[in-house]
Design a protein around this ligand. Sequence first.
Ligand code: ATP
Ligand code: MG
Length: 201
Amino acid sequence: GVAGELLPPVRRQLTRIDSNGRHLLQIINEILDITRIEAGKMPMQISQFNVNELIPEVMAELDAVIARSKLTVTPRLSPGMPDVVSDRQKVKQVVLNLLSNAMKFRHQGGIDVAVGYDAVEGMASIAVQDTGIGIAPEHHEKVFEDFRQVDDPPSRQYGGTGLGLAICRRLAATVGGRITLHSTLGSGSRFTLVFPVNAES
Ligand code: ATP
Ligand code: MG
């Protein structure tokens, strides 16, 4: 409406152009991320931060998507947990990707994002649990491969490039961590990022 009144059909078409533009941008960003990591151009940027604070930040970034989906995302924080020393941006990016997948591959129900802390092992964890379509056991390894999307008809209807989890896996490795997956076809998935609370030690 910046340049004047828009007729509803025109507004609809413009909205489609806008949304397709954003989709293209997402694909370009994913490919750039993979390439940057592979080229070793995504160095660690270590800082001290509170893992609990990341969760509302990620939810705020997905605010529009969450509102549109009418799903409830429930943060389960770990208030007593000490600050971690790691790469804040990379940890946040992983949670963002996992949460957007959880929103995408679901039909109804809620999503939980749970922060955990294992003082003995010196590990922090962030688990994203959904009640969505789930992933068959034979695909548990494969979904982390570049450009891999589960081929079953139910997941075909969802867009994307199949790079999100491949990026997550690389980012997790960069911070010395890993991503584990528990999932049952038809009843939901839980992806958990586990990473050292001190990336320097
Ligand atoms: P992109 O992330 O590049 O937009 P994508 O979401 O399809 O595309 P990934 O995030 O790498 O790609 O996920 C790979 C595949 O793993 C998905 O296509 C889907 O088949 C499956 N998958 C990922 N997360 C979930 C989930 N929470 N529930 C069910 N299936 C999932
Ligand atoms: Mg994805």
